[in-house]
Design a protein around this ligand. Sequence first.
Ligand code: SAH
Length: 350
Amino acid sequence: MTGATKLAETLVREHDLPDEGLAALIETRDGESRRILGEAAGALAREIYGRKVFIRGLIEFTNYCKNDCLYCGIRRGNRKAERYRLAEGEILGCCEEGYRLGFRTFVLQGGEDPYFTDGRLCAVTAAIRERFPDCAITLSCGERSRESYRRLKEAGADRYLLRHETASKAHYQKLHPPEMSWDNRVQCLFTLRELGYQVGCGMMVGSPYQKTEDLVADLRFIQKLRPHMVGIGPFLAHKDTPFRGQENGTVELTLYLLSIIRLMNPRVLLPATTALGTAMAGGREEGILHGANVIMPNLSPPSARDKYMLYDNKLRSGAEAAENIAALRENLRKIGYEIAVDRGDSLVEG
Ligand code: SAH
């Protein structure tokens, strides 16, 4: 038995390890430890959420962004990105289509677009809330003030996704320009939780300069925040960013971390992300088998899909497209899972 095997078995049993144990588990992973963690995490997810996968309809409502994150294809500095934003009516149209397809959660994701003032974003949120009272509304539009988050909640938003990107401040500074603040991002997450949102944090796997100790810090950060959801996916380079040509994160490490996160946070919602599906055909299904329980198909209008390019070759057709939900259902059926038509609330308390 290797060191990693032993550590994997301890994690399965105790749902935690000391920092050195987590680091060694990540560093020395082998076929056997991958198998042990993957199987145990898949079984734990089934024990808690059954063989059901929650779906969320992702509406990418703007790719204007005032930020300049070094990894991101819609960063302000990317002159080649063709910019768009959806009008309120178009966003509502996406929700209509989504509702018809069986979605009961809509995720409005976008760049940090100053056009979407509190007034405008609250109006869109309130319109969705009124038209779809039985649906959950998730926002994912970056760092805003406490007052803004409060007003959006009041307008009807239930959940907020804001990846912390990395729990190490020094690492954060290598991924972002100097005017961006790790402290503010982390503060936003705690504020959102305090305001009663169901929150999602998360990080890219294999982003440039990421070290094992940074991933251990991510795992500790997740324990401390106790988010309802954790979104992780491999870093994938975009050709028109400063990180062009950097090595991509791997599917293998992403699956391994999905399993570790499931084991450390049994009730958390864990999406098998688009980046995972982009990095490998069948990646999202593998994610489900390794402990994930959420998939977020794309509900954006086709014209927007081509422009919301966070990284090269981002999946936007096939079972990734919300309108092809039948294909997704079939892919999941093949691995013994089905789609749940409900809001899919987290079982994490508080
Ligand atoms: N503006 C919003 C939404 C950002 S896009 C916000 O700040 O939260 C959603 C996520 O895509 C980001 O949080 C980031 O983790 C991920 N992402 C961006 N560029 C990426 C890349 N090149 N590879 C992989 N994931 C990326």
